[in-house]
Write a protein that binds this ligand. Structure first.
Ligand code: ADP
Ligand code: MG
Length: 145
């Protein structure tokens, strides 16, 4: 299943993340792919809001994973951009998160493709400057392999 959504403002992208989180089930894994400045953090903040998380959510710059416990289920926010080797994922015990009871969101998941679970939901955000500066194309696809 593939769903394509166009947004024209950060608020709309936030709302996409919020809806996804409100519909999410415990144990789901989302991957989030897109260039710098495309809106990954905006969508992530929408997801956190959809789970009922009130504390500020930013990119986990100094840690691979940031855990938020205050929502209706735990939120595991990964940013693997700076990862050198997938072994670093073993060191943080990633399986407890990927196969846990919370909602996992993994930014730059393409860098750790070999350890992704058999099924996950892939979110891709792209710009298209011909359609305007604030235009974003969001593709949501169920991956099963
Ligand atoms: P990333 O985390 O992918 O590097 P950010 O979410 O931090 O990107 O930043 C996205 C930037 O793009 C923000 O400044 C936001 O206001 C702006 N923006 C403009 N239009 C949109 C849109 N349709 N969706 C998301 N962000 C948008
Ligand atoms: Mg970001």
């Amino acid at each position: 299943m593939k769903k394509i959504i166009e947004t024209f403002s950060p608020e709309e992208t936030f709302a996409v993340g919020k809806t996804l989180a409100m519909e999410a089930e415990a144990g789901q894994v989302y991957t989030l792919i897109g260039d710098l400045g495309v809106g990954k953090t905006v969508l992530t903040q929408g997801m956190a809001d959809g789970l009922g998380i009130e504390e500020p959510v930013n990119s986990p710059t100094f840690t691979i994973v940031q855990v938020y416990e205050e929502g209706r289920m735990p939120f595991y926010h990964f940013d693997v951009y700076r990862i050198g080797d997938v072994e670093e994922m073993d060191e943080i015990g990633y399986e407890d998160y990927f196969y846990g009871e919370g909602l996992c969101l993994i930014e730059w998941a393409n860098l750790i493709e070999e350890i992704l679970p058999d099924t996950y939901t892939q979110i891709t955000i792209e710009k298209n400057l011909e359609k305007g500066f604030d235009y974003r194309l969001i593709t949501i696809e169920e991956i099963s392999r």
